[in-house]
Ligand binder design. Sequence first.
Ligand SMILES: Nc1ncnc2c1ncn2[C@@H]1O[C@H](COP(=O)(O)OP(=O)(O)OP(=O)(O)O)[C@@H](O)[C@H]1O
Ligand SMILES: [Mg+2]
Length: 527
Amino acid sequence: MGDQPSDVMPIRNIDMPDASMPGALEGRFELLVQSVVDYAIYMLDPAGHIASWNSGAQHIKGYAAEEVLGRHFSMFYTQEDQALGLPERVLSIAEREGRYNGESWRVRRDGSRFRALVVVDAIRDPSGTLLGFAKVTRDITRQWEAQCRLEESERRLRLFAEGAIEYALCMLDTEGRIQDWNVSTQRVTGYTAEDVIGQPLDLLLEEAGVSGALLRRARETGSREEERRLRRKDGSFFLAQVAVRALADQDGVLHGFACMIRDVSEQRATQNALEDTREQLFQSQKLDALGQLTGGVAHDFNNILQAITGSLDVATLYLQRGEPGKAEHQLESAMNAVDKASHLTRRLLAFARRQPLLPTRFDLNASVASMIDLLERTVGATVSMRIDLCPDPLWITCDIHQLETSLINIAINGRDAMPHGGTLRISTGTASARTTKLHGEQVFACLTVEDSGIGMSREMASKAFDPFFTTKPLGQGTGLGLSMVHGFMEQSRGTVTLHSQPGEGTRVTLLFPLDDGEGETTAVEDA
Ligand SMILES: Nc1ncnc2c1ncn2[C@@H]1O[C@H](COP(=O)(O)OP(=O)(O)OP(=O)(O)O)[C@@H](O)[C@H]1O
Ligand SMILES: [Mg+2]
């Protein structure tokens, strides 16, 4: 603010009879008016000539008292307003109604304009004769500009909302009732603004009462995105992506929610069709692979049967010779061979069967822990296993058997990559990663299998997930192990990645979406 003016005229410098004020009070009142700098407070005679001037007036308008006293107050109006006869109108309103209130542009001494909030009061003596006017003016340029900026940003926001054709946007109050929405929402849902304004978001959701949880989660973490089935006005349903963002100010006070709805039913249908085709292709590839396998497997079985017959023959011999200890040893080898054969059949069956995914919610750590024994037997004695499970449970939802098969597949790959032994490390934890669907990072449960084996070249690693890509001899590898892992991870909404360097081993990482247990998958599955 500017300097305090020193040469201001006292407020009552013209002869205006004051009927009520005793001397001392009058003096103090004058002092008060004089010291106000944020308001221009001055008086006009009945014709509109300036009769007094305070420091606020000097401060706001830039004129010293002697420059304005006696001049007509219209000098502060813009040319346009003067031409329109506004100053006269102001006085006549104040005279007729006792007071004039208004807001308009005024001109400072240096020619610049400011936005003024003006109050003009008529002053009358007890007999009703007009003595003049008291005028209070406030410079509200800054508030006015702020208001304009706000209006502009609101206008832009509205244009943006109306322009976002693919997205239905609506604003909710803190209770989740719809306050406002854009035209796309009508296009997507069939409801008009009149139908929904003031209604809870639940109106649009197929399941009753889920919007509360949705908003609560948005409130807790800032935003929340879920796939939900929504109801159109005509009663039909569609699958939508519903993203809700809590609108809170810097102090954390909630002002409502912004909600974005996108119809993803078509997208989901295409995706399902693609998955079906992939599944069919996969099944036919599997049959092909089985055909190719038969030769190898028959050969394997022959070998195993021979081993069994051999061991049993020798065992019989030992028994005839009365050497049961040696016979027992042979019987053990026979048993091992039987184990091997049944393992082989089990793998084949698991592979050949058409297994639909059966997702359940379970702790990844617990499931890995329960497999340690099996894994150790699978990788054999030459490979040392290290298991590092994170201390907290990792809840995920997927087909647990597929997970086990995948883990065994990956472990077998590791074993095969370490023909002279090495270390296989299996660890779990959490990892955050960017997803295409969400705006930010998402936290995943992470399962990592690392081996210290031969590793892969970049070119080989890029093919490792291809169906039938194998470097193993006929009968030993189908080339479908990693391809199955990949398919399974996609269906489980996770990812699988592979890092490898020749001679430096391989790391396979599986990321599963963490499941907080409030069952957001249901809406997707019955779509
Ligand atoms: N940990 C690994 N280290 C080195 N190479 C690997 C590793 N894992 C996979 N590979 C390479 O990727 C190929 C494809 O692996 P995938 O598991 O899909 O099939 P496979 O192991 O050959 O056959 P199957 O899994 O049916 O026994 C393997 O043949 C191997 O060349
Ligand atoms: Mg494999």
